[in-house]
Ligand binder design. Sequence first.
Ligand code: 1GP
Length: 248
Amino acid sequence: MKVFEYLTQVRVKKGAGYLVLIDPDKQSLEEAVALAKSCADADVDALLVGGSLLFTHIFDELIKGIKAECNLPVIIFPGSTRQLSKYADAILFLSLLSGRNVNYIIGDQVLAAPIIKSMKLEPISTAYLFIESGNITSAQFLSDTKPIPREKADIVIAHALAAEYLGMSMVYLEAGSGAQQSVPDAIIATLHKFITIPIIVGGGIRTPEEAQKKVNAGASFIVTGNVIEQSRDRNLIKAFAQAIHSKA
Ligand code: 1GP
């Protein structure tokens, strides 16, 4: 089964899906594998692997190691065209539509597409929208783009509708890794009424309750990175999974 089809089934069966981000720069290979195993035991639906930068040369080995020990789908969440691996199952084929930097809208995609094809990776076409979150995040700084102001639901809707009309499969509302403030629930709730493609929400989500509110507002997938990488507590991962899978 294709990963996108699996994610669609998760969304239908569980109301929403839980994706845990593993950043290769924030852990050793052994820690990443241990975290992936904890996620599999705690009802996480898939793993994202990637980061804004890449200080390590073991991207391939890390994904291969995770795949050897854990049967969750591994989806690359690329910070750049250097984050590709034939050992992953799929890749979020991102286009940074909230910005006006052509390299992140189509330039890097042209460079990566032939390699993705040769690696037989499943691309999942995803509109990537940065939402203002109280601080300048690494992704904003590195992409040299401005986020959409957090009270401007109309701008978020227009971008997400454009993504849907362009045929993209998902919209990722990104507050940024370690964001001071996560994406407002009100924006998710408003956007949910305008588009039919799934909404992924990530950045600065620190508690299961916060995640559950976003699901109830209309998020189809929740991503957490820092909060799990810092605690590595299986019970906390379970609490997130349970909250995300209990849509009201
Ligand atoms: C960042 O959305 C992800 O790209 C996760 O963010 O690390 O803040 O959970 P956090």
